[in-house]
Design a protein around this ligand. Structure first.
Ligand code: BES
Ligand code: ZN
Length: 579
């Protein structure tokens, strides 16, 4: 099976274990490391992916130098290193340094952190950025175990997607072990002044000291989430589950690094209203980390399953009405994507050859994937669907799966020929748009919100929001898009203080309305938000909208100030808007 985003020469030879020895040099902004790969299979070459690494030397298990060649291919995939081997080579050690353009890494100076005393470094490897800090077989179809020793400045702690320290070491050296085999995109490292607080025996949270308590409070349902997930789809197989609260420049909401999910601080709203994101990352411990998409074309297997699983966890914790609100928000996002994306980008099984897999991160893999699974569930009944999923995770654990592997399992284990036909499975997976048989959400709590929107627009009555959760506010603001005006926004703002909302999803929906209606009172907050937050899901649409509204000049000015705070992933996405 070929992965269009990797140059590595599997299955000829495979890497099975990594020993990683690294020094994190904040003054030079480089990781200097030795990566020792244990191999399985014999070959005269070992080809590894790399992007921008400076390779210093390559040796075999006895310390003999091995000849190698370096190749550059393109700006998306980078290139590869081709190492010449003899048949008796079982281990290859590569001495190397990262470059200052490493796409996975963000280096923050002490003043850019909350505590202002120590610098921070963190990685984001998914989808194909692990190769910018480790030479590796950078395909989700290849798994390996790892051990690491990492040296960092005194006063900081190093954390990885592995067994982790809970205290700072006196000499700045930390050791790690990941016993379960993982794909390269789950390699992760964070270094900074982080402290730990326990939530349960097997779960806890790391954060900068000033943030730790509020984080632990926000995530206090973590153990309940893990228990709910296990009751649905089987035991949690990664031992501990901890969270690391990232700096606000973290480019994603969350990243499911095994044993240590990285989360954006923007979900700490004070009222647990955005913790479904944690349920999502936790769910990846099954869908994604245990059973992994074989290539990025099969990305919907990771994300669609995870959204489905996330909503099931939320339903167990907070009830069906709550989960149905999330489903409705998800449906709206899907509708919007279907209305704006070119047809060929609305197909579940993606074709990303020649493209950056990062561009596939969006509502098709997530929301269309979710609604496909939901539709199958409604057809066969929950009891059978759950049994099926449990067996699917169990029988494919620590393996990679293609869309076709999944479909054949679905056909064999769950669907009768008639179900298959009626569900129009092939249409769901291989054709654009949304089949009519989709199981649509119906949120009664949102019906109330819709009436409130109508009342506001026709009779100018403000909504009665006493029993509203954050989700009702979000839905309310989304429904006003294209239908409000400045005067309405001003009234809403003085009644509900949206411009000062501590809930980032509410604030985001609000700022979109403000840009749409030229409600300039919110502009300073918008500017502040864009400078201080690097989460791409928020930042990118806001810039886009400013440009669409003829505010390119202002957008560019903000970007010039904000850009230095962004992680390379967000930076390069935003930069494209101005090219
Ligand atoms: N694994 C993804 C993030 C990701 C995907 C990073 C592809 C790079 C490439 C993570 O699980 C995720 O989906 N995060 C979402 C949150 C979620 C609740 C939808 C995010 O960051 O917004
Ligand atoms: Zn996800």
């Amino acid at each position: 099976m070929k992965d269009p985003h990797s140059f590595a020469n599997f299955p000829e030879v495979k890497v099975v274990h990594l020993d990683w020895n690294a020094f994190v040099d904040f003054t030079q902004r480089k990781i200097k490391a030795t990566a020792t790969w244990t191999l399985s299979g014999q070959s005269e070459h070992l080809i590894l992916d790399k992007n921008g690494l400076r390779i210093l030397s390559v040796r075999d298990q006895d310390g003999n130098l091995l000849p190698f060649e370096e190749h550059d291919a393109d700006s998306i995939r980078g290139g590869w290193i081709d190492i010449q081997m003899t048949k008796d080579v079982t281990q290859v050690s590569i001495d190397y340094e990262t470059s200052d353009r490493a796409g996975a890494l963000q280096w923050l100076e002490a003043p850019q952190t909350m505590g202002k005393r120590h610098p921070i470094l963190f990685t984001q490897s998914q989808a194909i950025l692990a190769r910018t800090w480790i030479p590796c077989m950078d395909s989700p179809s290849i798994r390996f175990t790892y051990k690491a020793t990492v040296r960092v400045p005194l006063g900081t702690i190093a954390l990885m997607s592995a067994s982790n320290p809970q205290k700072k070491s006196p000499d700045g050296t930390y050791t790690f072990e990941m016993k379960q085999p993982i794909p390269s995109y789950l390699m992760a490292l964070a270094v900074g002044d982080f402290e730990f607080m326990e939530i349960s025996d097997r779960a806890g949270v790391y954060a900068e000291p000033d943030m730790l308590e509020s984080a632990a409070r926000e995530f206090s349902d973590l153990e309940k989430m893990i228990a709910a997930a296990e009751s649905l789809y089987g035991p949690y197989l990664w031992e501990r589950y901890d969270l690391l609260v990232m700096p606000p420049s973290f480019p994603f909401g969350g990243m499911e690094n095994p044993r240590l999910t990285f989360v954006t601080p923007t979900i700490i709203a004070g009222d647990k209203s955005l913790t479904s994101l944690v349920a999502h990352e936790l769910a990846h411990s099954w869908s994604g980390n245990l059973v992994t998409n074989a290539t990025w074309n099969d990305f919907w297997l990771n994300e669609g399953f995870t959204v489905y699983f996330e909503l099931r966890i939320m339903e167990q914790l907070y009830g069906p009405e709550y989960a149905e609100m999330l489903a409705q928000l998800s449906f709206n996002e899907l509708q919007q994507a279907l209305n704006t994306l070119p047809e060929n980008e609305t197909i579940l099984k993606a074709d990303l050859k020649g493209k950056n897999p990062d561009d596939a991160v969006g509502p098709i893999a997530y929301e269309k994937g979710y609604f496909f699974l939901r539709t199958v569930e409604r057809k066969v009944g929950r009891r059978y669907f759950d049994q099926f999923l449990r067996a699917y995770f169990d029988e494919h654990k620590f393996q990679s799966v293609t869309t076709e592997d999944f479909l054949s399992y679905l056909r064999k284990r769950l669907l009768k020929r008639k179900d298959w036909r009626e569900l129009e499975i092939d249409r769901w997976i291989y054709e654009p748009g949304l089949p009519e048989n989709v199981s649509k959400p119906l949120s009664t709590r949102f019906s109330v919100v819709e009436s409130a929107v109508t009342a506001l627009l026709t009779m100018k009555v403000l909504p009665v929001t006493k029993h509203w959760s954050a989700h009702e506010y979000i839905y309310f603001l989304q429904q006003l898009s294209g239908r409000a005006n400045k005067e309405i926004l001003a009234r809403l703002d003085s009644a509900f203080q949206f411009t000062r909302s501590p809930n980032v999803e509410i604030l985001f929906a609000w700022l979109r309305l403000c840009i749409e209606q030229d409600y300039t009172q919110a502009t300073p907050v918008l500017e502040n938000f864009l400078i201080n937050t690097g989460r791409r899901k928020f930042v990118l649409p806001l810039y886009k909208q400013l440009i669409e509204r003829g505010q390119k000049e202002m957008a560019l000015q903000i970007f010039q100030k904000a850009g230095t705070n962004y992680h390379p992933i967000t930076y390069s996405s935003v930069k494209k808007l101005f090219e």
